[in-house]
Design a protein around this ligand. Structure first.
Ligand code: IMP
Ligand code: MG
Length: 185
């Protein structure tokens, strides 16, 4: 396993900037949902886990958390399509709840669009998307995003929940992969 320093192109978002922005998002969500008594944060495993646990500590409104694991079928490479398979479904009925979907990154938009469609059929009182990162240039389907941490350029990033071949999620910052220096496998 390579040390990440061998393929780190640049630190795109350092830890302190991440935490400042997450505190702002938490404060904004706390204001927007001040009257709600049914707030539910739904984290899409696994990339969104670090973001969820930091974000929820900055939300002062009472809320619960749930997890969902899905696979979106690729159309080659790491591109995703509109088809999603549920690997782990929610443990609760979301009917009448105020739902926020917490995601690590929105790229083509297919994954979160499919999750939104699916969860909307379960009749929540409200549903919206909160993403830490947004690669808006890559969008293939329109997704309504209510909360965005950072808009980033079209580069492959890792750290703070985001993986390269399932590793490096533990790093506290967002880094850009230098693909010429990264050795797959
Ligand atoms: P979408 O369906 O194309 O929007 O794909 C979103 C998913 O692709 C995210 O939840 C990530 O798992 C993955 N992804 C997209 N871009 C990156 C990246 O730069 N680094 C790591 N994972 C990424
Ligand atoms: Mg993900």
């Amino acid at each position: 396993m390579q040390d990440y320093r061998e393929f780190l192109g640049e630190v795109l978002i350092p830890e302190d900037q991440l935490q400042v922005r997450i505190a702002e998002l938490g404060a904004q969500i706390s204001r927007d949902y001040a009257g709600s008594d049914s707030l539910l944060l739904i984290c899409i495993l696994r990339g969104g886990v670090l973001f969820l646990t930091d974000l929820m500590r900055k939300i002062s409104v009472p809320h619960s958390i749930e997890f969902m694991s899905i696979t979106s079928y690729g159309i080659g490479g790491r591109a995703s399509s509109g088809q999603v398979r549920i690997n782990l479904d929610l443990g609760v009925d979301i009917r009448g709840r105020d739902v926020i979907i917490v995601e690590d990154i929105i790229d083509s938009g297919h994954t979160v669009a499919a999750v939104l469609d699916l969860l909307t059929t379960r009749k929540p009182a409200s549903i919206c998307v909160c993403t830490l990162l947004d690669k808006a240039d890559r969008r293939e389907v329109a997704v309504p995003v209510k909360y965005t941490g950072f808009s980033i350029p079209n580069k492959f990033v890792f750290g703070y929940g985001l993986d390269i071949d399932d590793y490096y999620r533990n790093l506290p910052f967002i880094g850009v992969v230098d693909l010429e220096k990264y050795q797959a496998g």
